[in-house]
Design a protein around this ligand. Structure first.
Ligand SMILES: NC(=O)c1ccc[n+]([C@@H]2O[C@H](COP(=O)([O-])OP(=O)(O)OC[C@H]3O[C@@H](n4cnc5c(N)ncnc54)[C@H](O)[C@@H]3O)[C@@H](O)[C@H]2O)c1
Length: 267
């Protein structure tokens, strides 16, 4: 069903994983798109896949930690499609898996830039267009990490908590303009990010821990996050504002974690 017909959406980090699944689901739902990723090859592949559904796509190499590049992606999308209805600030990198005491300031600044400033830039430069459009939907991708600590991920989790808090404030401030802002907090989802975390952990047991954490007995699929992103962007989500949607197989309501899981610092 084309629940996003004639809607214009910007999605960041569409080269793989959750961002790609959201962009594909939006195209399937009839949205016109502006998409970005820092990895040109991955971006090109996603753009080709999207063009099977809609030829008219703005696709720009974008580093979301760079304000000008985020602004350019949003501006060019509006120039091409005439308006903006939806933005999904999706990108993060997984820097962690070890105690915060071992984190260099360089990595801390990097994770702030990519995981947090990116959301600030996306919101800052989309809100004027959403106001002009008499409303729209901002969807920021957070994480269950903001709710349920996993040793080794304090910096990443702290930033995700900041994303949820910033989003709630935006929802309150810009709700009167019919701009809705929500976060999605995924549980563990089968993407390259998780592959990287498993590889860096190196114990060979972390996937078992991840599965154990989810009462539903498995990790999630990118399409299961994309389905919520479609809902929040569509008329069906018209009264959802300032909420965090945990799509986590029940992880947060029933945390079951082996002590020390997630941190390679454990004795
Ligand atoms: N996979 C999970 O288990 C999980 C769980 C909770 C939250 N999340 C969140 O979901 C979002 C997407 O994660 P994912 O698992 O799909 O990640 P992923 O690593 O599979 O994909 C991330 C994409 O972002 C791109 N990217 C990286 N740095 C960039 C930059 N500076 N500028 C632009 N693009 C950049 C990559 O090239 C890649 O295409 C993130 O915000 C992540 O924190 C993921």
């Amino acid at each position: 069903m084309e629940t996003l017909k004639n809607k214009v959406a910007v999605v960041t980090g569409v080269g793989s994983g959750i961002g790609k699944a959201i962009a594909m689901a939006y195209a399937e739902a009839g949205a016109l798109l502006g998409v970005g990723d820092i990895n040109e090859n991955l971006l090109l592949k996603t753009t080709e896949d999207l063009k099977d559904k809609n030829e008219n796509i703005i696709s720009l190499k974008t580093d979301v930690s760079n304000e000008e590049q985020v602004k350019k992606l949003i501006d060019e999308t509006v120039n091409a499609h005439g308006k903006l209805d939806i933005i999904v600030n999706n990108v993060s990198v997984a820097i962690g898996g070890y105690p915060i005491t071992d984190m260099s300031n360089e990595d801390w600044q990097k994770i702030i830039g990519i995981n947090f400033s990116s959301v600030f830039y996306g919101c800052k430069h989309s809100i004027p267009y959403l106001k002009k459009n008499n409303g729209g939907s901002i969807i920021n991708i957070a994480s269950v990490q903001a709710h349920n600590p996993l040793p080794g991920w304090a910096a990443y989790a702290g930033i995700k908590g900041g994303v949820i808090s910033m989003t709630r404030n935006i929802a309150s401030e810009f709700g009167p303009y019919n701009i809705r802002a929500n976060t999605i907090s995924p549980g563990t989802i089968a993407t390259e990010m998780v592959n990287q975390v498993l590889e860096e952990d190196g114990t060979g047991t972390l996937m078992d821990d991840f599965i154990l954490m989810h009462p539903i007995g498995r990790i999630g699929k990118p399409s299961e996050i994309a389905a919520t992103a479609v809902f929040l962007a569509s008329e069906g989500g018209a009264f959802a504002n300032g909420e965090d949607f945990r799509i986590d197989g029940g992880l947060v309501i029933t945390p079951r974690t082996r002590p020390g899981a997630g941190s390679n610092s454990k004795e």
